[in-house]
Design a protein around this ligand. Structure first.
Ligand code: MIC
Ligand code: SF4
Length: 753
């Protein structure tokens, strides 16, 4: 293992350190003396201090040394602005930025890309110059979606990657532990500090049998999401194994890992095998595959490793599933779906069918989808629904253009959009329905929260495999089950679609397409990074104030949010993506999607100092101007979904003190801590119901200590005060972040001393 093998073909000086990793593992093994899961092996082999680190799954905070950092344009702006504040001259771990979120889908790939390049010029210039300055690889707009680019160029088996996007776990398909984080976490690693993660529990999924017919890899995770629900993976890594692995491609495994984000899992992983080797070889990284083979025994679980929870899935019996609407864990097998549509009154007509995204745009996905489209075309049929394709990367686009799948989709009536997130993140100029009109869409994406794709809360969005999406687009109705239902060909004759087929890797190799990568220049001193003070899209950050050392008394509740409160509700995307680099401007979307328990409405809360009803950000700004600290009350799994730290920065910027919920999603909880806020949970979840939107609360911040609850004194509008216990997961070091005002302030203080 004592060799210098490069992580990838782009960076001359990033190497894979299997030797160090195996030494670390040997130390941990001699301490723990038990078989290890694959997830544990990757994490423990990246420990900063393998001798001294406490290791208890679900309890200890691990200090880790990730191999890489990846950032996408919508989160990189804040991450880099924070990095600039740290004053460090260049990144201390290999890092990359990927321009994918800011391209709006309007008419089609090339034109949409051109428009985006001019509309977002200021932001792209900022990112590209900052990357050049701080030694970060820059993937220009048009390159594709971060997670595909990482999989195709940068990921390697056994590595540890953090990425400022919740679907970073996609690289688990290539046996890399890839974990979604907020920008402040990325800054730690780029600044050369260890990165902290609560030692995850490990959920094992034993796959037996064989994928066949209409069942696709996506159906594995749709099923798992149905079993575990959107919060079932919180604090855990999901590790797949078993004899069923042989029937799944490497990119299919990436799909499964990608959507593990939807169950709140820290990441998901598949062991290294021939499928991974073949994918590495096909993407010009045979040298990485050969090296991984030498280290292969550490790239899977030890015999007898124990899981905190075990799930069994027989792939031979697994049915295709459709999940949704409005939540990715509402899983319905295709055989029951038509019934469910009727029973729930979901709009039956399928208006739009969308394939691609970071979740499902592999060569295999495109080939299988095209095989269905070709079958329809041979019978004289085209897509009845609007049909949109977003290739995940330039390499995929170029390869399917060469091999014909792209032309098939166009002949089928489809529009091929830019290599970017597009409609998946609300970058979609949708014109076929009016706002407020009930309608259904089906995508091969991963997420389907209210209003996510088209900002229309009445859109019922479902997620499924690309195979089902293509098939349903032919019938144009949610009632169509391609396994059993016949279609009528152009002459009125009935036929059953053939099950999809397609190669998992291109027989002629990948066509890399246009070169869209910008390596950092050798002479970086000459580069200057510009942020105009009059910009409405970029704003340099000023440090938050340190804690005043006192308990916070008589705080109003800005909003008592009821039900699902995702990061899309806390800091919407779509049109707001424009302000991702400008904290004050983006704060105007703070919590505007959260449902106020006082009136069941969004963005309408009572200003407790005036009695007037107003928009959430307006009320928050008024409290801030009056020097009043406020809190938010939230329900279960608050902050699920995205890694966007704007959802934490905004309440902090607007003067919030604490977010008090029944439970949090992992990334959001950490983001709040990093920005100097208090994420607290009701020790008794029933207390959520006792508290009323008009109550005032005292938060006894001076009690904050590891492992001890904090008292909240509630002063009900009518009635006598009472006390409630609030739990938290702060450790010693994280309490410093609160005291200093943020993690960044803490870093600056350490640098001074
Ligand atoms: C998403 O899918 O919600 C996003 C947009 O990719 C986010 C990141 C962001 O908000 O910028 C994510 O998943 O983390
Ligand atoms: Fe982009 Fe959608 Fe993937 Fe997020 S989930 S990275 S928005 S394609």
């Amino acid at each position: 293992l004592d060799k210098k093998v490069r992580q990838n073909n782009l960076e001359e000086n990033s190497f894979i350190n299997y030797k160090k990793m195996s030494e670390n593992l040997a130390i941990v093994r001699s301490r723990l003396n038990r078989p290890l899961t694959f997830a544990e092996k990757i994490l423990y082999s990246h420990l900063d201090d393998p001798h001294g680190q406490d290791i208890e799954r679900g309890v200890s905070y691990l200090k880790l040394r990730p191999d890489r950092v990846a950032m996408q344009d919508a989160t990189a702006q804040m991450a880099i602005l924070q990095f600039i504040s740290s004053g460090i001259p260049s990144v201390r771990a290999p890092s990359s930025v990927h321009c994918d979120h800011l391209i709006e889908a309007q008419v089609g790939g090339a034109q949409d890309l051109d428009r985006a390049v001019s509309v977002n010029k200021e932001v792209y210039d900022f990112l590209s110059s900052a990357c050049a300055k701080y030694n970060i690889g820059f993937w220009k707009p048009g390159s594709g979606i971060i997670h595909q680019t990482v999989l195709e160029w940068l990921a390697f088996p056994g590595g540890l990657l953090i990425g400022t996007d919740s679907h970073t776990p996609n690289a688990g398909g290539l046996s890399m532990a890839a974990i979604g984080v907020g920008g402040a976490d990325a800054v730690d690693v780029m600044a050369g500090l260890p990165w902290e993660l609560k030692a995850p529990k490990v959920i094992g999924v034993n796959l037996t049998g064989k994928l066949n017919g209409w069942t696709a890899p996506k159906d594995i995770i749709l099923k798992v999401a149905g079993i575990l629900t959107v919060k079932g993976g919180t604090g855990s890594i999901v590790e797949y194994f078993g004899s069923g692995l042989d029937s799944i491609s490497c990119t299919g495994m990436a799909t499964v890992c990608n959507m593990g984000a939807e169950i709140g899992a820290t990441t998901s992983l598949f062991p290294f095998g021939d499928r991974q080797y073949d994918f590495l070889a096909a993407t010009n990284r045979k040298h990485v595959g050969d090296f991984a083979r030498e280290y292969a025994k550490e790239l899977r679980a030890d015999e007898g490793a124990e899981y905190d929870q075990l799930i069994e899935i027989n792939l031979s019996e697994l049915e295709p599933h459709i999940n949704g609407p409005f939540t990715p864990d509402l899983a319905t097998p295709i055989s029951k779906f038509s019934e469910a549509v009727k029973a729930n009154g979901w709009p039956e007509e399928l208006k739009v069918a969308l394939i691609g995204s970071c979740t499902n745009s592999s060569y295999e996905d495109m080939s299988r989808g095209a095989s269905i489209a070709r079958d329809a075309l041979a019978h004289g049929l085209k897509a009845k629904s609007t049909f949109l394709v977003t290739p995940g990367s330039e390499q995929i686009r170029a390869t399917i253009a060469r091999d014909g799948q792209l032309q098939t989709f166009e002949e089928f009536g489809g529009v091929v959009l830019a290599n970017a997130c597009g409609p998946c993140i609300g970058q979609w100029d949708r014109r076929d329905v009016k706002k407020g009109e009930k309608n259904s869409i089906v995508s091969s994406y991963n997420r389907n929260f209210t209003g996510r794709n088209d900002a229309n809360p009445a859109t019922h969005a479902f997620v499924a495999s690309p195979d089902l999406v293509v098939a349903m687009s032919i019938a144009g109705t949610l009632h169509f089950n391609p396994l059993t239902d016949k279609l009528k060909d152009k002459d009125g004759n009935e036929f059953l679609l053939a099950p999809p087929s397609g190669d998992s890797l291109p027989a002629k190799g990948y066509d890399p397409g246009q070169n869209t990568y910008q390596a950092p220049p050798p002479n970086r001193d000459a580069v200057s990074v510009q942020v105009s003070p009059s910009s409405d899209r970029l704003q340099l950050l000023s440090p938050f104030n340190a804690w005043d050392g006192k308990d916070a008394l008589d705080c109003p509740i800005l909003i008592k949010a009821q039900g699902k409160t995702t990061t899309d509700h806390i800091s919407a995307a779509g049109a707001w993506l424009k302000y991702r680099g400008h904290l004050d401007n983006i704060s105007n979307n703070c919590l505007i999607g959260a449902i106020n328990s006082a009136n069941g409405e969004a963005n309408k809360v009572k200003n407790q100092t005036t009695g007037q009803w107003d928009a959430v950000p307006a009320v928050a700004r008024d409290y801030k101007a009056k020097g009043i600290k406020w809190v938010v009350i939230g329900d279960w799994n608050y902050g699920e979904g995205s890694s966007r730290e704007h959802a934490a920065l905004e309440p902090r910027h607007l003067g919030g003190l604490a977010i008090i919920t029944r439970s949090f999603a992992r990334i959001h909880e950490t983001n709040l801590k990093k920005q100097g806020m208090l994420p607290l949970t009701f020790s008794d979840p029933a207390d959520y119901d006792r508290i009323q939107p008009d109550d005032r609360v005292d938060i006894l911040c001076t009690e904050l200590a590891p492992g001890k609850p904090v008292t909240m004194r509630v002063h009900p509008k009518d009635g006598s005060p009472y006390e409630v216990k609030l739990s938290h997961t702060f450790n010693e070091g994280q309490i410093e972040w609160f005291k200093n005002g943020s993690a960044l302030n803490t870093m600056a203080k350490m640098a001074q001393n």
